[in-house]
Ligand binder design. Structure first.
Ligand SMILES: Cc1cc2nc3c(=O)[nH]c(=O)nc-3n(C[C@H](O)[C@H](O)[C@H](O)COP(=O)(O)OP(=O)(O)OC[C@H]3O[C@@H](n4cnc5c(N)ncnc54)[C@H](O)[C@@H]3O)c2cc1C
Length: 346
């Protein structure tokens, strides 16, 4: 019998596992292995950098990739406008970042990587969970189960299925030795997606991707590539294609922190920016808050966790207010034409 079972070791689960008190018997189950990084832009935003600073964590150089980028080229294909905005991201290798966070987890935590949790049942004040590990199936029990398992969380799907979040599919392709001058861009085109698309360079790779509605995601991705090629950008040799679900948080109704021993952190809880789709900072922050509450032996974990994450919900609400200025074609036209916060490029 474990005290706590953490499902998922992305930034949320790895942070929680690192911060939980040693008195707890904890198992952490994660679907990925060391090589398989999450399909992600891999940009560490200032809020996420601030979280690392609050943890007193310095980032090793090998987590970063070439080049570091100081602006985003915003390409509005609906209005035919291109503008540059200053950004303060760190460009990193997402797989290495996740592995680095996992390497900070103390030895007392039992880690099962390359393992998929397939089933969870609630018994009499315990959770019984089944996972595959090394080709065999194992069933264990824990007093508390934490869903740190991202956009398609099994914990959320089982215990909070009524509180659904709209999902899009993110698709990215990696090309080797494509372009001469690396850049980071955000592309808006209503015909392709009501969310947004991007290109980014990492070491010698050029990455192109986007978040698409579930239907026609492949054809929309092909349309994106066609349009980017028409801009005169050549891609080089295709190396890999990756994809995953992404939660389109529509406000505080989509945020669910859990109750009665089954709690959610990070993207599983719906904590992802509805405008920029940035989520690493919220994942680490929600994990920190939950770890502190559990470590303090609080009686009403659900209530404390709910109230202590209100500040995150307010910040996500403010991001919601920003969303129309990014995604509404007419509002975006005026914002970009105004030149506010743009930088002159060449
Ligand atoms: C294409 C794309 C680009 C993005 N770019 C950025 C960016 O540049 N910067 C940023 O801050 N955010 C970005 N995000 C958002 C960011 O990736 C997420 O918000 C963040 O990874 C959430 O962290 P998490 O720990 O909550 O979940 P995740 O990072 O999704 O981790 C969940 C973990 O749970 C595991 N898991 C899932 N189901 C199971 C299961 N049943 N059993 C066992 N393990 C399981 C997975 O293998 C994974 O390791 C992007 C998202 C996408 C899709």
């Amino acid at each position: 019998m474990y005290d706590i079972a953490i499902i998922g070791l992305g930034p949320a689960g790895a942070t929680l596992a690192r911060l939980l008190d040693k008195k707890y018997k904890v198992i952490a189950i994660d679907g990925k292995n060391k090589e398989s990084g999450k399909c992600c832009g891999g940009l560490l935003a200032p809020d996420a950098q601030k979280m690392l600073a609050r943890f007193d964590i310095c980032l090793p150089k090998d987590v970063l990739v070439d080049p570091q980028i100081f602006s985003v080229k915003t390409i509005d294909l609906d209005n035919n406008i291109v503008k540059y905005y200053q950004r303060f991201y760190l460009n990193m290798d997402r797989a290495k970042f996740d592995n680095f966070l996992i390497s900070l987890i103390p030895n007392n935590i039992e880690i099962r990587d390359n393992s998929i949790c397939k089933k969870i049942e609630k018994g009499n004040s315990i959770y019984r969970f089944t996972f595959t590990s090394g080709g065999t199936e194992r069933t264990e029990e824990a007093k508390m189960i934490i869903g740190a398992d991202g956009a398609n969380s099994i914990v959320r799907n089982i215990f909070y299925k009524k509180n659904k979040i709209e999902k899009y599919i993110a698709i990215q392709e990696w090309y080797k030795d494509g372009i001469n001058s690396p850049f980071y861009s955000c592309i808006f085109d209503k015909k392709i997606t009501s969310s947004y698309c991007w290109t980014i360079s990492k070491d010698n790779y050029f990455i192109i991707g986007g978040a698409f509605p579930l239907n026609e995601s492949n054809s929309r991705f092909e349309m994106l590539k066609e349009k980017v090629k028409n801009m005169g950008i050549s891609f080089g040799e295709l190396v890999k294609r990756e994809g995953c679900f992404i939660n389109l948080n529509k406000g505080s109704v989509n945020i669910n922190t859990g109750k009665k021993g089954a709690y959610l952190i990070g993207e599983a809880a719906g904590m992802i920016s509805p405008s920029s789709l940035e989520g690493i900072s919220y994942s680490m922050e929600s994990a920190k808050i939950l770890a502190e509450i559990i470590n303090n032996n609080c009686k009403s974990i659900s209530h404390k966790y709910y109230t202590k994450t209100l500040y995150i919900k307010i910040r996500l609400f403010i991001k919601m207010l920003k969303k129309p200025f990014m995604y509404n074609r007419i509002l975006r036209y005026f914002v970009m034409k105004s030149g506010i916060k743009t930088i002159k490029n060449k």
